[in-house]
Design a binder for this molecule. Structure first.
Ligand code: COA
Length: 184
């Protein structure tokens, strides 16, 4: 994963810690897909050969990536489910194993939530692997109903009400400017 892609070098050089941003360039999108493959196909075996689906062919789907000290180490995807209801779904949240519990996943989730709000969303939903339910509850998400099978594994449906657009714009900017491992 190369760091000198996607952002102008001087801008990136000024940023330290965890930076969450949209995967804008072809190489950033390749990093997004590579991390997903590494985590969901190779590590977890949730998908057989590929985790790609129709949302990856939809140009309105948004991919976010996280840099940790200028290396791309995490990602998440979001897409609109119901425009009338303002519902967005987040999925494919993944941080490379050596970078976990270093404060990458939480800002990625916050960035997905804020990004959906900047795009007019009101609610975000997700199917959460059971070992990660506490992680999402700590980030303000709530359970909706019982567990279900998703991608062949038990998952907990969860949701969060999105912040106001102005609050979300400020958070997206703060996360793109970079935060430390405590999210500050
Ligand atoms: C789930 C995942 C994205 C979390 O990413 P991460 O970078 O480790 O998360 P953070 O470091 O930002 O964690 C923030 C806090 O939550 C805690 N935490 C992390 N994973 C947790 C979990 N599964 N359950 C409870 N707490 C968790 C961290 O210890 C940290 O606690 P602290 O604030 O007291 O220090 C990561 O473990 C991962 O990629 N897992 C494999 C893929 C996966 O399961 N994806 C989600 C599918 S639903």
């Amino acid at each position: 994963m190369q760091a000198d892609r996607g952002l102008e070098a001087p801008a990136l050089a000024a940023r330290t810690g965890i930076v969450c941003t949209r995967a804008r360039t072809a190489s950033e999108r390749a990093d997004h897909l590579a991390i997903r493959h590494q985590v969901f196909v190779d590590e977890q075996g949730v998908f057989g050969d590929s985790d790609l689906d129709k949302h990856d062919r939809d140009r309105s789907t948004v991919a976010l990536i996280a840099y940790c000290d200028e290396v791309v180490v995490g990602t998440v995807r979001l897409f609109q489910l119901d425009p009338a209801a303002g519902t967005w779904q987040g999925d494919r949240l993944a941080v490379l194993a050596p970078y976990r519990t270093r404060g990458v996943g939480a800002p990625l989730v916050r960035c997905a939530v804020a990004t959906a709000a900047t795009l007019g969303g009101r609610v975000m939903t997700a199917h959460i692997q059971l070992p990660n339910v506490d992680f999402f509850e700590r980030l303000g998400w709530t359970r909706t109903g019982g567990t279900e099978l998703y991608a062949g594994l038990p998952h907990q449906p969860m949701r969060i009400v999105l912040p106001s657009r102005s609050e979300a714009l400020a958070l997206v900017k703060r996360l793109e400017d970079g935060v430390n491992e405590r999210g500050q």
